[in-house]
Design a protein around this ligand. Structure first.
Ligand SMILES: [Zn+2]
Length: 493
């Protein structure tokens, strides 16, 4: 698929990166950690990250195959994994990374013989409400990874429990379309435990950057992206997790068009008790479901489906579907498309919102406007989109039913032909498909532990213990290199 993109354009997002199959980028880097090389093209990063076979072996990942290689050929055969023994040979604070690198090994370790030549400097790649993310090098294997700092963890009971929940979720997830923790940095002694650093896979781009770029998006791109969003979301919902902030910026994309849902800062376990109030301070406004806009006290996983519908429309039209200045106008734009909802459809709304709606002149639905989004807005696409953009959350399509829609058949086939890790190609060139294309979580995510935590100190102790348990993997733990100039910049953010 990436091959359909014109090869000469230069953009900052990663999905064209495979067009340059054998890059020879060299980077000038000094020992100071190098904020100033932020300008280095992300294409270079892409290739360093994903063409380096030794990088993915540590985590048992098979090397991804470029999307262009659709036909099951020997090229899409998984690479043979190689184990690296952990015998104690040298103490290495920096390993294969530059001296000024943020990450260091917390103990002596064996350095694998193949040290990557093209070590890149640490650099910031994202900032969110719940932390800052840097692209850094794992000194144990030279692999480029994302380092996320979860700041202000222990300011209050609410914030510390939220961070603990996010951390537990990142360690719980095991799904190709959901970002998970690869590692956690070794925390200092409990008395000095203030911040938490998590390492995840590094993806070069996200759907927001791709949508606003001049890059061509084919119907196949849209189908395979939507398929993966729903595939990841099915897994989350089957674990009883509501993401509550599905938006293009939280859908990371790598150079092979593999998509992963990230940022679980607002995620929580669904609330089965309808009488219990849930916070309305969720979901970025453009992607916020009408029931939240109308003050519903209780809502379900259907809020995530609404967000996916908005993103589907945005992929088709290359612009935000409902781009309003404030929540009232947001609802206004939604009703312009869907028409005024019936009283029945507004039964979850609060009284004020319902009477506001009834005071407005009634509007008729105008779904035909969706056909004008783009030439990719076919009958099938609009049919599925209309089932996601349903005012009443109880009538909105579920993720599982959406995945059964014929519009997604091609996306499923493409994904499992050459992009997934659940299927493989035999030496005879036959594709062996997994029996379950869209797996559910084996068990629901448990949040009962949260109720037992009643003080910040208690959360701190439990989290410290939890991290120590996660680190019992046999791998040399990582820690921060406080001498790194880049870290000083990182820590101040
Ligand atoms: Zn597969």
């Amino acid at each position: 698929m990436a091959a359909t993109v014109g090869p000469k354009r230069h953009t900052v997002n990663g999905i064209r990166a495979n067009l340059n199959p054998n890059p020879n980028h060299s980077h000038n880097h000094n020992n100071s950690g190098l904020l100033n090389s932020h300008q280095s093209s992300s294409n270079a990063n892409v290739n360093n990250c994903f063409s380096n076979t030794s990088n993915s072996q540590q985590f048992g990942h098979r090397a991804a195959v470029p999307v262009a290689a659709v036909a099951p050929t020997s090229r899409s055969r998984p690479r043979i994994s190689m184990s690296v023994s952990m015998s104690l040979v040298q103490g290495g604070a920096a390993g294969g990374a530059p001296q000024g690198a943020i990450l260091a090994a917390a103990a002596p370790y064996y350095q694998p013989p193949a040290v990557p030549q093209d070590v890149q400097p640490d650099r910031p790649i994202g900032y969110g409400a719940f932390g800052v993310v840097w692209a850094v090098t794992d000194p144990r294997d030279g692999r480029r990874v994302a380092l996320k700092k979860l700041p202000n963890v222990f300011q209050s009971l609410v914030s510390s429990k939220r961070v603990f929940r996010e951390l537990k979720m990142l360690c719980f997830f095991k799904h190709e379309n959901v970002l998970s923790a690869l590692d956690i940095l070794q925390p200092p002694h409990l008395d000095f435990f203030q911040e938490i650093y998590v390492i995840t896979e590094l993806l070069q781009s996200d759907l927001h950057k791709i949508i606003v770029s001049p890059q061509h998006l084919s119907a196949d791109h849209i189908k395979v992206f939507l398929y993966q969003i729903l595939r990841g979301l099915k897994y989350l919902h089957s674990a009883r997790i509501l993401h509550r902030d599905i938006k293009p910026g939280n859908l990371l994309v790598n150079s092979n068009c593999v998509l992963k849902i990230c940022d679980f800062g607002l995620a929580r376990v669904e609330e089965p008790d309808q009488a219990k109030h849930m916070t309305q301070e969720v979901v970025t406004q453009y992607y916020r479901a009408p029931e939240i806009l109308m003050g519903a006290r209780h809502y379900s996983s259907a809020v995530d489906v609404w967000s996916v519908g908005c993103i589907f429309g945005e992929l088709l039209g290359r612009r935000i579907l409902f781009q309003a200045q404030n929540p009232v106008q947001q609802l206004e734009l939604i009703t312009e498309l869907l028409g005024t909802p019936s009283m029945e459809d507004m039964r979850h709304a609060c009284d004020g919102a319902r009477s506001h709606m009834l005071r407005r002149a009634p509007k008729l639905p105008s779904f035909s406007a969706l056909y004008t989004l783009s030439s990719h807005a076919t009958h099938e696409a609009v049919h599925l989109l209309c089932q996601m953009l349903v005012f009443d959350p109880d009538k909105r399509i579920t993720v599982t039913d959406a995945l059964a829609h014929p519009y997604l058949d091609e996306g499923r086939l493409r994904y499992h032909s050459c992009m997934c890790k659940c299927c493989f190609t035999t030496s005879a060139g036959m594709r062996q498909y997994t029996p379950d294309f869209e797996p559910s979580a084996g068990q629901p995510f448990d949040d009962l532990w949260e109720r037992k935590l009643t003080s910040v100190q208690q959360v701190k102790e439990e989290m410290h213990k939890f991290i120590a348990e996660q680190l019992q993997t046999g791998r040399v733990p990582l820690c921060i290199n406080p001498q790194s100039a880049a870290f000083k910049s990182f820590a101040s953010q």
